[in-house]
Design a protein around this ligand. Structure first.
Ligand SMILES: [Mn+2]
Length: 288
């Protein structure tokens, strides 16, 4: 098992049908680490208020994390907005797992990064909670619909994995502006504290890029894109994509990186596969 210095995960959303715990387990089997940082929305208590979907794979994930903690990996749990109840326990260690609101992590090369979930940079979650809850329900529906779509694609023998939620997120200009504002606020926060960068989650949009001399890193999620950030022994950060089509594929961040105002052509990114936008309509019709 290759060993990395740190693994950064966010937005796993345990307790929901959309949570891709199988792929997450698959990813974790490949990497041991000195540090595992769980950066928010690990357990989705919002969704669990509506209905609980707890699978054996999700259980196994929890057990694996506890096991890693017992075997000396340092596990830090940073609550997000979907598991905000745990924020009350900031500073408390549950066995081997430490819960903190945020953390400054020093990379092997000396760079210092702020680790936090990031919902405070999201003006909607911060000031209009009910909009966030509604948006969350709509997003989950979209992700579920996409799951059905993938099954149909597989049955039809179409290669690759086409992400509807990812597609919708990329297409909606407002969403792009939202992501841009979020990133700007996150970078600003790291700069104010004199740090070299920030590693966060929350917006389900993985990133690893330089912005004005600082490094903006987002872990992405495990409901749609299945992405993680790892820190190698020399302090180098890498964004790994664990999508359905290529389970062992790892991409250096730059290849997945694109400015917020450009939309990559279908097929330009491995996770998007080569399906024109219209294909979704044909397939959607197959559903009914
Ligand atoms: Mn969140």
């Amino acid at each position: 098992m290759p060993s990395v210095r740190s693994i950064f995960l966010s937005d796993i959303h345990l307790g929901t049908r959309a949570c891709q715990a199988d792929r997450l387990l698959d990813f974790l089997r490949e990497y041991s680490a000195e540090n595992v940082f769980l950066i928010g929305d690990i357990v989705d208590f919002w969704a669990m208020n509506r209905s609980i979907h707890w699978t054996p794979a999700q259980n196994t994930f929890v057990q694996k994390i506890l096991r890693r903690a017992r075997h000396g990996e340092r596990i830090v749990f940073i609550p997000g907005n979907h598991d905000e109840a745990l924020r009350e326990y900031a500073g408390v260690a549950f066995g081997d797992i430490l819960v903190v609101e945020e953390l400054v992590h020093e990379l092997a090369d000396g760079r210092r990064f702020l680790l936090l979930h990031g919902d405070e940079f999201d003006q909607i979650t911060r000031h209009h909670r009910w909009v966030a809850v509604l948006g969350d329900m709509a997003y989950n529906t979209l992700v579920l619909f996409n799951g059905g779509l993938s099954r149909i694609r597989r049955k039809l023998g179409r290669p690759g994995y086409w992400s509807l939620a990812g597609y919708a997120k990329r297409r909606v200009k407002k969403a792009l502006q939202f992501i841009f504002d979020f990133e700007a606020a996150a970078i600003h926060s790291a700069r104010q504290r004199g740090l070299d960068g920030i590693i966060c989650g929350h917006i389900h949009s993985a990133a690893l890029r330089e912005v004005g001399g600082l490094t903006y890193v987002n872990c992405g999620d495990w409901v749609d894109s299945c992405t993680a950030i790892v820190e190698h022994g020399d302090g180098r950060l890498e964004l790994l994509s664990w999508g359905a089509a290529t389970q062992t594929q790892s991409l250096p961040a730059r290849q997945r990186d694109f400015p917020a105002d450009t939309v990559p052509a279908p097929g330009a990114l491995p996770g998007l596969a080569a399906v024109p936008a219209t294909a979704s309509r044909e397939e959607a019709e197959c559903v009914s």
